[in-house]
Design a binder for this molecule. Structure first.
Ligand SMILES: [Fe+2]
Length: 254
């Protein structure tokens, strides 16, 4: 019997334009599980958006929300990183570097920070808000700490894929797992390493069914690596008109 898992990311409900849009175009409950793949709302202001979490709780059987980079803005990342499985509501979970099995299908969740090389470190640290608005153990967030989070998430995903006993799996990350079909407008951008990391070989050899990601605010059409379908469904910034191809009922099917 087939079933659906619904996904969306980059809702950015902290921005009034996005909040208004989502009130008019609410997520339609069609999937058995809803996965929100990051940049939903910063933890620092999530208490101002209780109505959004009530909506999720009232309309979806299970919601799994994994943090993007923006979740950590104006807070200390060490307070909510590593392996997370935190109950936000009775059926809404904040998840990172953790997995679950739903109907015999392994669902793997990770922010999956990308990897910044020394060549771009200075420019990325200087130009990306992540390094101004996130604290790390009371200090400035750095590329070294960022790359440490990358190693942790990659190790976690590889371990899950190696150890899984289920035949089917989907991986859900915020950051982009390949530069293949990377949005034309960002190709060659010095900040790209803070958005995507090349995991082509890992994906190709994994045999997993889907890899769902967010982060670059471009709804790239679905494509495959090996037998894996790479998909995304990002709202992006409504004010910048990034929301045109967002779907309120997008699902992967098994
Ligand atoms: Fe975003």
């Amino acid at each position: 019997m087939s079933f659906k898992i619904q996904y969306a990311s980059d809702l950015h409900i902290e921005f009034p334009e996005n909040g208004k849009f989502l009130k008019l175009h609410q997520l339609q409950p069609v999937g058995e599980v809803l996965v929100l793949a990051g940049d939903i709302v910063p933890f620092a202001v999530m208490n101002k958006h209780r109505d959004f979490f009530s909506y999720l709780s009232d309309h979806f059987e299970i919601t799994c929300w994994l943090p993007g980079n923006h979740e950590y803005y104006h807070s200390d990342i060490t307070e909510r990183s590593g392996s997370l499985n935190e109950k936000i509501r009775s059926n809404v979970f904040l998840v990172n570097n953790t997995s679950m099995v739903h109907r015999g299908m392994r669902l793997i969740f990770s922010t999956m920070w990308s990897k910044i090389s020394p060549a771009y470190q200075w420019q990325i640290e200087r130009n990306l808000n992540d390094f101004r608005l996130i604290r790390y153990n009371g200090y400035r967030f750095s590329a070294e700490a960022y790359n440490q989070l990358h190693e942790e998430s990659l190790t976690f995903i590889q371990r899950e894929l190696n150890n899984m006993k289920e035949e089917n799996a989907a991986v859900f990350t915020h950051h982009v797992p390949t530069f293949l079909n990377y949005p034309e407008q960002y190709k060659g951008d010095v900040l790209s390493e803070a958005f995507a990391v090349e995991l082509f070989d890992l994906i190709e050899s994994s045999g997993i069914d889907y890899w769902v990601h967010g982060h670059h605010h471009t709804n790239t059409p679905e494509f495959t690596i090996g037998s894996t379908r790479v998909v995304t469904n990002q709202l992006g910034y409504v004010q910048r008109d990034e929301h045109r191809q967002f779907e309120t009922d997008k699902c992967i099917e098994f």
